[in-house]
Design a protein around this ligand. Sequence first.
Ligand code: PEP
Ligand code: MN
Length: 343
Amino acid sequence: MIIVMKPSSNEEDVSRISSKIEELGLKAHISKGSRKTIIGVIGDIDEKAKNLDPIALFSLDPSVDMVYRVSRPYKLAARESRAEDTIIDVKGIKVGGDTFTIIAGPCSVENREQMLTTARGVKKCSAHMLRGGAFKPRTSPYSFQGLGEEGLKLLKEASEETGLPVVTEVMNPRDLDVVMKYADVLQIGARNIQNFALLREVGKTDKPVLLKRGMATTIQEFLMSAEYIMSEGNADVILCERGIRTFETATRNTLDISAVPVLKKETHLPVIIDPSHAAGKRDYVPALSRAAIAAGTDGLLVEVHYNPKIAVSDAAQQLTIEEFCDLVQDLKKIGEVVGKRIQ
Ligand code: PEP
Ligand code: MN
């Protein structure tokens, strides 16, 4: 069960409700968000409340806004706990609802010219946010690891010139403070989906989090990871399907398009797809992107480079600016049919 406190509630109200929960032999899990406090009731409320109505027991308290019953293990992320879609606002850019949001940019921030040229290119063709990795999770420790803070500064410069908010990965709780200085959205990469310490840390911030599904993560595990972030008080989580590992080797990963309707049913959080890391090859990226908008996703995270041939990471999968522009035109047409607006 979830108890949503009124915005006007204070510490005393929260501790009164928590004590009431504990008196029943249950546990209270308090999530203090910047806007509201939510108390999760952990345990079997029906058994403990005996013949009392558990909803009435709490909803009569004047400091309580709403009481929900949630059967899913991911309480805050569950559609059961919130029927309407969550719409996240990133500096005026909406993610979720009836808009389709396009996040584009290179795999890695490489240098000033690359970042500025690519940012200008994607801006010209309707991208809403700019991506680029400054801390890179590479399979080999000998591969390019990212420019770190220098890369974040270049991203910020490109963001200030184009007006596109910055989406960038944080790999380690140690780097969170520096990434927070430059990022508008904190990306958690596929390999960190179950780094619970990192999830808790980003959950304590007030920045939206773009959470990528792991390559061997079930949908339930994916939602439980979102729940880690939300349980710390940060409700702004964007889920990103980026392909999972299967026996197929023709593509880098297999885009799990079925995850889209499943997630849409199970959660109110926005769902986007990353066709680049799913496909691994640029030729396949447009088809997967078209499938994604048609399936009902809320956006795209796509790798674009002004000259992919010289890219230092993921050269094979990054679109050119021209390819990106053509793709956006197609997405706009499909968006009109499926009721997704691309600004
Ligand atoms: C990325 O988007 O930069 C990235 C590394 O992707 P993933 O974590 O999905 O592999
Ligand atoms: Mn990449």
